[in-house]
Design a protein around this ligand. Structure first.
Ligand SMILES: Cc1ncc(COP(=O)(O)O)c(C=O)c1O
Length: 413
């Protein structure tokens, strides 16, 4: 919060901003981390909190960005604005690399500066008059952006939920997939797989049910596949692997966790041509309009790096880093298993979702921080369905993950 001075304007606060509860989760945790460091200046704090990548980006990728950037200082190499939808070669490479024979056309791929930014642009596209369903727990940008654009009603302290939002509870009891027979119809279904925070990747059968549900109800699925590179088993990596999905789903994805681009910023959204509004107008036309009006294309330097990530050498280098994080995840899963704690995820995602039955997430977060100097994320920050859980990230240097494992083992012997 900024300091309040004597002067104030005559501008009323946006009612939707007024509706938002709590601060955005991750900055709130950063504040607690800083307070902890102040209290224990000599402690070696380990952050398994915010899911930020830690390993260096392979040389092949950074050199391509450096070359591109250097060329901007030459007459021949200088480039200004690019196409708002992204560089043609990159759109093609994304379609080929991530969608292979799934019929995704280059022109259906919109390159972005990251999927979080595209979540908001999609909200702008959808507007405030649509009804929405969200997984519970879910990555907070979905719920918060729905509130900000005006899709929700007021927050209810009794239920810890916003009104007019369909919360699709996902936990071990329902194999982390909502019971669709009791889920109300909504216009939009936000669905993230592999899921942040639970780490669960929906199975083919689950996604077939989801697509059938959307088709029956005339709904649109906004499918977030930001962690698809982490899928180890047979789970689909894209919603378009499910027949019929092209007519009901938008997919957003990212280079952040696949290529360590959390700071570089690059992602994409696929809007299939067959996806239509009730008046039969193609949604891709409107998304194109939003991108041209509210964005202006991703950084050309980031796009040069993205293209190299998708070269065969670049891709192998990216996957090696993903494998490194997956090994970290295994260390964490094994740690919690050895402590007789139920830990989910960590196989198809860089997140481990740990259950502390009967405890409150913030209490577990505080106890772990106080006694081990490890930052986690309280599960309830992802929605009421996350109460009793904490999320632990597998992003970290190996020695840090091993040290965290040792400290956790001593806390819960
Ligand atoms: C599910 C999910 N979607 C989107 C994002 C945002 O990614 P980006 O860095 O591409 O904005 C994240 C980041 O943690 C995420 O977990």
């Amino acid at each position: 919060m900024h300091a309040v001075t004597g002067h104030y304007t005559r501008v009323a606060r946006n009612i939707n901003m007024e509706r938002l509860r709590n601060n955005y989760l991750f900055p709130e945790i950063s504040v607690l981390e800083l307070e902890h460091i102040k209290k224990y200046p000599n402690a070696k704090v380990i952050s398994l909190g915010i899911g930020d990548t830690t390993e260096p980006i392979p040389d092949i990728v950074t050199l391509s960005m450096a070359d591109y950037a250097r060329a901007l200082s030459t007459r021949e190499g200088y480039r200004g604005y690019g196409a708002e939808q992204g560089n043609k070669a990159l759109r093609k490479a994304i379609a080929e690399t991530f969608y292979g024979d799934l019929e995704v056309k280059d022109m259906e791929v919109f390159v972005s500066d990251g999927s979080q930014c595209d979540i908001s642009r999609l909200q702008l596209l959808l507007g405030s008059n649509v009804s929405v369903a969200v997984q519970d727990p879910i990555f907070p940008a979905y719920m918060d952006s729905s509130v900000i654009i005006g899709q929700s009603g007021d927050y209810q302290d009794e239920t810890l939920k916003y009104r007019n939002v369909e919360y699709m509870t996902c936990g071990p009891k329902n194999h982390f997939f909502p019971n669709l027979s009791t889920t109300s119809r909504t216009d939009i279904i936000f669905f993230c797989s592999p899921n942040n925070p639970t780490g669960h990747a929906a199975s083919r059968e689950q996604l077939e049910q989801l697509v059938a549900f959307a088709r029956e109800n005339g709904s649109i699925i906004v499918y977030d596949s930001a962690y698809s590179a982490y899928i180890t088993d047979e789970s689909p990596r894209s919603i378009y692997e499910i027949p019929g999905a092209r007519e009901v789903a938008i997919e957003i994805s990212s280079f952040s966790k696949f290529a360590g681009f959390t700071g570089v910023r690059l992602g994409w959204t696929v809007v299939p041509e067959e996806l239509l509004y009730s008046n039969k107008v193609p949604i891709i036309n409107d998304f194109n309009r939003i991108v041209c009006t509210c964005f202006n294309g991703a950084s050309s330097i980031a796009q040069a790096g993205g293209l190299t990530c998708l070269s065969s050498e670049g891709f192998q280098a990216m996957l090696a880093v993903v494998d490194y994080y997956k090994e970290n995840a295994k260390i964490l899963v094994d740690t919690f298993a050895s402590l007789d704690l139920k830990a989910y995820g960590g196989v198809n995602a860089p997140y481990v979702w740990v259950h502390f039955p009967g405890s409150r997430s913030w209490d577990v977060f505080a106890e772990i921080l106080e006694k081990t100097h490890i930052i986690t994320v309280p599960g309830s920050g992802f929605g009421p369905g996350g109460e009793g859980y904490i999320r632990v990230t597998a992003f970290g240097h190996r020695e840090t993950i091993l040290e965290a494992s040792t400290r956790l083992r001593s806390l819960f012997p």
